[in-house]
Design a protein around this ligand. Structure first.
Ligand code: CA
Length: 244
């Protein structure tokens, strides 16, 4: 979403009165609203509109909401808020497994739905602003075509390889991605939430402790003294900063 353009919300729901009510309320909040009443049209619209947020009913004709969620999650990071008629723990678990970001059980109040929508859109906007800031600062650095070098540490994204002191390190895929992300943003304090979003993605269902655990593993591999890290330093109450 452009920072000043109204956020686009796609509502996928087959109950006409509920579509009307949701659409009316979202429009009143200033959002641009599109609706789809069956699964196939929903997929088509999601792909062509690239909405900022999707409100998705579970029980739909054609493809059900879980199936739609699973498919869209492969294609886009858009937050998905699922609606279900049943207050069923199984539905909630399946919803999260297929990559939904949030969940509301019918009947819900419009006030509650609007609050959730607003919270998710605010999060999307904050992340995009942080990313834009990063990309601008990245633009000022000379392009690196042969990887990133920090003393004895060499990160080669083409070969997906990290060499430290002449030795190729055995890194798990997420360790590599995390190190590469930190190194690309050298000198910047990065929050755990931003790191999670960029390295693990929207659909990741674990907490920010995941970041801490991976940083610990990385430190054991790239720091001379993992107990006193000099490359990946902790930024109190924020997250981490790569020093080089
Ligand atoms: Ca339905």
């Amino acid at each position: 979403m452009h920072i000043d353009a109204p956020p686009k919300v796609l509502v996928i729901e087959d109950e006409p009165s509920l579509i009307d009510t949701i659409e009316y309320n979202l429009t009143r909040q200033g959002y641009t609203v599109s609706t789809a009443a069956d699964g196939f049209k929903a997929l088509e619209l999601a792909r062509s509109l690239r909405p900022d947020l999707i409100v998705l009913d579970v029980m739909l004709p054609g493809l059900d909401g879980f199936e739609i969620c699973r498919i869209l999650r492969q294609e886009m990071a858009t937050p998905i808020l699922m609606l279900t008629a049943r207050d069923d723990e199984i539905d909630k678990v399946v919803g999260l497994e297929v990559g939904a970001d949030d969940y509301l059980t019918k009947p819900f109040s419009m006030r509650e739905l609007m609050a959730r929508v607003k919270a998710h859109l605010r999060r999307v906007r904050m992340i995009r602003e942080e990313i834009e800031g990063e990309e601008q600062s990245a633009d000022r650095r000379p392009p690196t075509t042969t990887g990133l070098n920090f003393g004895s540490l060499h990160i080669d994204p083409d070969r997906h390889e990290v060499v430290n002191g002449g030795e190729v390190l055995q890194l798990k895929p997420k360790e590599f991605e995390l190190l590469h992300f930190l190194a690309r943003n050298r000198g910047m304090a990065l929050s755990r939430d931003l790191i999670l979003e960029r390295v693990w993605g929207w659909d990741f269902d674990g907490g920010s402790r995941t970041v801490d655990v991976h940083v610990r593993w990385l430190r054991e591999k790239i720091e001379d003294d993992p107990a006193n890290p000099r490359r990946i330093v902790t930024v109190r109450s924020v997250g981490y900063r790569f020093e080089g």
